[in-house]
Design a protein around this ligand. Structure first.
Ligand code: G6P
Ligand code: ZN
Length: 605
């Protein structure tokens, strides 16, 4: 048994540790300051009730971005120092955000003799990711805490963490012994005060308060089993092995690569060549691991979208994930599925196509800026429906209360109540299930029902929500605040708003309501204010303005534009053409160029 002591280390507060929408995200250089990560971790331990720390089991892993390995060492030692009983780490520190959520909810750990330890259920996790933000020595690192339900910490906890970071005086850490690692070429490496996270197995230590175990486990196995319990892998395998169906998956060098090979190739029989950028890298190969039409360049070209002149016939189906594999983008051959349509289509087909939902959906939910395509499905299928603020944590409460089965956001997040995070691989499997179901009689003969067919048929049945999002990234924070303040001020006079609009564009309908979105959680009654500026039009169109809560530098203004079209003869237009008048109104109303100096957005989706 390896023994350790615990040290109390003096520290002083940092003023900038307020968690955003998804935890604390900063440049690696900020995280590397002495005690910076330590302070945040200790502030988190201090914000939790003692049973969630002393004697508890914690998951510590992430998307493998630069600085993760150092962070895992720091957090593991601090966990031991704070009386945590065991820490679970994905091999090499890799776990996707959905896999962490699943591990908290479902995993049973092992002891040193590889026996199951019942009652070892995790009470929380430190997830090390900055999601879709770039990684590397000059880019972003991030950390967030998830609770025992597998979902992100609620605001009550993150506010407490922030308060604690402002007054912190000391942290606790264990002086773990050195390890010696045997390299395959029989060289022995000496790693001082380090826990080996490369080899699967349990290492047991003993400190002043008793035992402390570190279990390193396979990053994918439990998650693969969970997916097998939700979807009909046999029917998806049949689809993927059909010569009519071609497939492509781009992990953008994020952690999704660790799951894609296991699930799509080994379990479902896809060709290895259908995986793009599926080797996880600390810097995501220098790219921006955000699955959208701008950043997933290689996939977009491969699917025949954009300006590609390739002679090669694109695959029938393409998908991408972000760094931590909770986001997804779904594409058909030369066809983009908006995330808002994606969740609506999954909800409309879930009962028939996905065994997990065969007894029916408890309800569905979307975030406020997500288009109302899901609302129409909910109405038609008579399902409970909820509109929540941006941020996955708001869905968690609904799911814990048994009110919601499927939910999604325009920000490329889709998921269900199997876990409490959005799930990029789940979304791909949901789409493959729908394709397998629609083609169950076509694979041996007959014409393939494509992604595009499914979407167009959906529009024909439910109407189409034309939708686009303009992002103005890294603009001056002061200018962004002023722009938002002006838009709020303008809301006090709809007459003035409509006068401005008719001066910009005479053929759009009138604004009939304008406000800042406010949400009362139906489960715990908590109220969230200032969740986005809304302009709602007589014909159901919406303009929404929000400041991103996930950036790490300057401000990002998001502008969401939506217009509903029920007339089947008008649902086939190019969305940018159809929305051009509303875009002009949005830019004029907000004086976007005047405030930001930007004549065009950084990203359009
Ligand atoms: C994260 C959250 C999502 C949310 C998104 C919003 O990905 O998990 O639930 O929709 O951030 O990002 P934004 O940059 O618009 O605040
Ligand atoms: Zn993510």
């Amino acid at each position: 048994m390896v023994l350790f002591n615990v040290s109390r280390v003096e520290t002083t507060p940092f003023g900038d540790q307020k968690p955003g929408t998804s935890g604390l995200r900063k440049k690696v250089k900020v995280f590397k300051q002495p005690n910076y990560l330590h302070n945040f971790v200790q502030a988190t331990f201090n914000a939790l009730t003692p049973p969630k720390v002393r004697g508890a089991t914690l998951v510590v892993s992430g998307d493998g971005r630069y600085f993760s390995k150092d962070a895992i060492q720091i957090i593991t030692k601090m966990a031991a120092g704070n009386g945590v009983r065991r820490v679970w780490v994905g091999q090499n520190g890799l776990l996707s955000t959905p896999a962490v959520s699943a591990a908290i909810r479902e995993r049973v750990g092992l002891d040193v003799s590889n026996q199951l330890v019942f009652g070892s259920k995790a009470t929380g996790a430190f997830i090390l990711t900055a999601s879709h933000n770039p990684g590397g020595p000059n880019e972003d690192f991030g950390i967030k805490y998830n609770m025992e339900n597998g979902g992100p910490a609620p605001e009550g906890i993150t506010d407490k963490i922030y308060e604690n970071t402002k007054t912190i005086k000391e942290y606790l850490t264990a002086d773990l012994p050195d390890v010696y690692v045997l390299h395959p070429c029989l060289l022995v490496f000496h790693l001082p005060h380090t826990v080996d996270i490369t080899a699967i197995g349990v290492t047991s230590f003993c400190g002043p308060e008793g035992y402390f175990d570190v279990e390193v486990f396979d990053s994918a196995s439990d998650y693969v089993n969970l997916m097998k319990s939700i979807f009909d892998f046999e029917s998806i395998r049949k689809l993927l092995s059909s010569p009519k169906f071609t497939f492509c998956y781009d992990a953008l060098h994020g952690v999704a690569g660790a799951y894609a090979k296991r699930i799509f190739v080994e379990e479902l029989g896809a060709q290895e060549s259908s995986l793009l950028n599926c080797v996880p890298k600390e810097d995501f190969g220098g790219g921006h691991p955000d699955p959208n039409l701008t950043y997933a360049k290689e996939l977009v070209a491969c699917m025949g979208l954009g300006k590609s002149n390739s002679e090669v016939e694109p695959p029938e189906f393409g998908a991408a994930a972000d760094g931590d594999a909770d986001r997804n983008m779904i594409l058909g051959k030369r066809f983009f599925v908006t995330p808002s349509d994606s969740v609506a289509i999954i909800a409309a087909n879930a009962v028939e196509a996905i065994p997990y939902f065969s007894t029916g959906l408890k309800g569905v939910a979307r975030s406020m800026p997500t288009s109302a395509a899901l609302d129409v499905v909910a109405k038609n299928l008579n399902l409970k429906f909820f509109e929540v603020p941006t941020g996955w944590k708001f869905f968690g409460n609904l799911m814990d209360a048994g009110l919601c089965s499927v939910c999604g956001e325009e920000s490329f997040g889709t998921g269900s109540d199997h876990i409490r995070e959005k799930d990029g691989i789940w979304a791909v499997l949901a789409w493959l299930s729908i394709l397998a179901y629609k083609n169950r009689e076509n694979l041996d003969g007959g014409k393939l029902v494509t992604v595009e067919d499914i979407v167009r048929n959906h529009w024909a049945a439910y109407g189409r929500h034309y939708y686009t999002r303009y992002d103005y990234e890294n603009v001056d924070a002061g200018a962004a605040k002023e722009l938002m303040a002006c838009l709020v001020k303008l809301q006090s006079s709809l007459a003035e708003v409509n006068e401005i609009i008719s001066g910009i564009q005479s053929d759009v309908s009138k604004v009939v309501h304008a406000d800042e979105f406010e949400y009362k959680d139906p489960v715990d009654g908590s109220i969230s204010k200032h969740q986005g500026i809304r302009y709602l039009f007589e014909d159901g169109s919406r303009l929404i303005f929000r400041l991103s809560g996930t950036g790490s530098e300057g401000a990002t203004i998001r502008l969401y534009i939506e217009q509903y079209e029920k007339d089947p003869s008008k649902i086939g237009r190019d969305s940018q053409d159809a929305l051009a008048p509303l875009v002009a109104v949005a830019l004029g109303l907000s004086k976007m160029e005047e405030f930001t100096g930007r004549s065009a957005p950084t990203v359009i989706t």
